[in-house]
Design a protein around this ligand. Structure first.
Ligand SMILES: [Zn+2]
Length: 252
């Protein structure tokens, strides 16, 4: 049976009005930078890889102006490679990395998994090739490496038994993917990632940093349909929900 483990690559400070435009400007929250580990009898898959190690030294020099709106606090111990090692897992033994999208808080450590197949949506690969996108959530430092990138489409079955299905939920970015996982129970869990960053997004709030709002709303409707059918939705950076998920054993 599939097991899902929760991690955060440090934290990220931001004004909650970024994701919920109805909130007045000027407040501050510390949100998680989630990554996940799927443990399947046939092997493991890591979902996202947090921030690049350069962020540890200086968020400003790594992320430029973007660090004004989203300020990461990451120590060397927070990086996925270190957290996996602490969990007794050799990062080199991970055969699959699912790159939900190539933003700087999701794909920063992709290069440190050179042996893994890195599953990515073709629209995302296309989006980062546009030089105008550099610095707007995408940084060459994160994705421009000789890695085993493998393009996958909506409905990709990660382990071949229906327990983890990739879904193309664009809007936040063109190739953004979420996951539908089936755990013991049986329990269906939706990893919305940044298709629904905080709980309020599912209720209709559209984040300011959405690339295409109409497409975003279509993705939200797809996630809502899973929720109405009984699935538990895990949001991309919801501080409250993720604090609960990180409480030991931090796994489902
Ligand atoms: Zn994100």
């Amino acid at each position: 049976m599939l097991k899902l483990r929760f991690f955060s690559c440090g934290s990220i400070g931001y004004d909650p009005c970024s994701f919920e435009p109805d909130i007045p400007r000027g407040t501050h929250v510390e949100g998680p930078i989630p990554f996940y580990l799927l443990e399947h009898p046939s092997g493991r898959a890591l979902v996202d890889t947090g921030c690049h190690p350069d962020v540890v030294q200086s968020p400003e020099s790594a992320w430029g102006g973007l660090a004004k709106a989203f300020y990461p606090k990451v120590t060397p111990e927070d990086l996925p490679m270190a957290q996996l090692r602490r969990a007794g897992i050799d990062p080199d033994s991970i055969p699959i990395v699912i790159s939900t999208h190539l933003h700087m808080d999701h794909a920063g450590c992709n290069q440190f998994f050179p042996k893994a197949r890195i599953l990515l949506h073709a629209e995302e690969w296309k989006a980062v090739q546009n030089p105008a996108m550099e610095g707007k959530g995408y940084f060459r430092r994160d994705w421009d490496h000789r890695l085993r990138y493998e393009m996958v489409a909506d409905g990709h079955d990660v382990f071949g038994d229906g327990s983890a299905i990739l879904r193309h939920w664009p809007g936040h970015t063109p190739g953004h993917m979420g996951l539908v996982v089936r755990l013991a129970g049986p329990r269906t869990v939706v990893l919305a990632v940044d298709a629904a960053i905080v709980r309020a997004n599912l209720a209709g709030a559209v984040p300011r940093n959405t690339l295409d709002k109409d497409i975003y709303r279509r993705s939200i409707a797809a996630i809502r349909a899973y929720q109405e059918a009984g699935a538990t939705v895990i949001f991309g950076h919801d501080p409250q929900q993720f604090a609960e998920l990180l409480a030991p054993p931090a796994a489902w």
